[in-house]
Ligand binder design. Structure first.
Ligand code: CP
Length: 301
């Protein structure tokens, strides 16, 4: 049994195995491998996809879910610490899935918990289970994870899905193009991560005219909730809007991914394009999370 806090907790071989498991679950989603188990779903921050796809995955595996989607209804509102909350809930379950606004909260929880912890997003840091479904979506649409040109657009500073995904893709010799406002540039630690591994990346502020040889266009939302200064958010909130006309001249195999929710960075006219994959991507979350849960619990599939 192990926790999944950062995508760096998984080797390349483990990621490849998890892709195979996700494909197994997509073929046969009704596998009640976790009958009699209880999994806690603790969401200290709002979520639609991550919480519900985890809970769907848990139900399909035959386990039961306990937890909360709003910590204000728990004893956290009386001042109970994260340490005590996790120590207590460890006694009630076989695994904890946790989202928290503080970077490092998931790692801390895993050190306190007596059961495996899955990080469902910790502030602007990491979102490794999202990465598993992103990789699965990439594998399904491209037929491979190797040697792809991946363009990431939007909030590369606070976007935890970007941070986890680029680390994972570094195992597969990806080439990156990053497009963001200067204020939301990819943090230095991730640029250094790529450079240290000899991976090629370019950075731009303009999106237009850069998509011709892209395989995966990974759009992201500007993360309003992470800004200290509302004026700074106002300045960058409409930095990029992908429209259907902008997909002309792109590769046939190119697909548009987005972790969602979107708040305007993909115009609705893109939805009808065969290159729009972001809604199918959400379905892959169930299979990828079924795979992750079983793998981390050491359950043979
Ligand atoms: N992609 C993602 O994390 O979405 P939610 O915030 O709705 O869980």
């Amino acid at each position: 049994m192990k926790s999944l806090i950062s995508i760096g907790d998984l080797t390349r071989e483990e990621i490849v195995r998890l892709m195979e498991l996700a494909a197994e679950f997509e073929k046969n989603p009704e596998q009640r491998l976790l009958q009699g188990r209880v999994i806690a779903s603790l969401f200290f921050e709002p979520s639609t996809r991550t919480r519900l796809s985890f809970e769907s995955a848990i139900n399909r595996l035959g386990a039961r879910v306990i937890g909360f989607s709003d910590a204000t209804n728990t004893s956290v509102s009386k001042g109970e610490s994260l340490h005590d909350t996790i120590s207590v809930i460890s006694n009630y379950c076989d695994m904890i899935v946790m989202r928290h606004s503080l970077e490092g909260a998931a790692r801390y929880a895993s050190e306190v918990a007596s059961v495996p912890v899955v990080n469902a997003g910790d502030g602007a840091n990491q979102h490794p289970s999202q990465t598993l479904l992103d990789l699965y979506s990439i594998k399904k649409t491209q037929g491979t994870l190797e040697n792809l040109h991946v363009m990431m657009v939007g909030d590369l500073k606070y976007g935890r899905t970007v941070h986890s995904l680029l680390e994972a893709l570094s195992h597969f010799n990806a080439r990156f193009t990053f497009v963001s406002p200067e204020e939301l540039r990819l943090p230095e630690e991730y640029r250094r991560y790529l450079s240290d591994r000899g991976l090629v990346f370019e950075e731009f502020e303009e999106l237009d005219g850069r998509m011709e040889d892209v395989d995966i266009l990974y759009m992201t939302r500007i993360q309003k909730e992470r800004f200290n200064d509302p004026m700074e958010y106002e300045r960058v909130k409409n930095a990029y809007v992908l429209r259907a006309s902008m997909l002309e001249g792109t590769r046939d195999n190119m697909r548009v991914l987005h972790p969602l929710p979107r708040v305007g960075e993909i115009a609705t006219d893109v939805d009808a394009s065969p290159k729009a994959y972001y809604f199918e991507q959400t379905r892959n979350g169930v299979y990828a999370r079924m795979a992750a849960i079983c793998y981390l619990l050491g359950v043979k599939v």
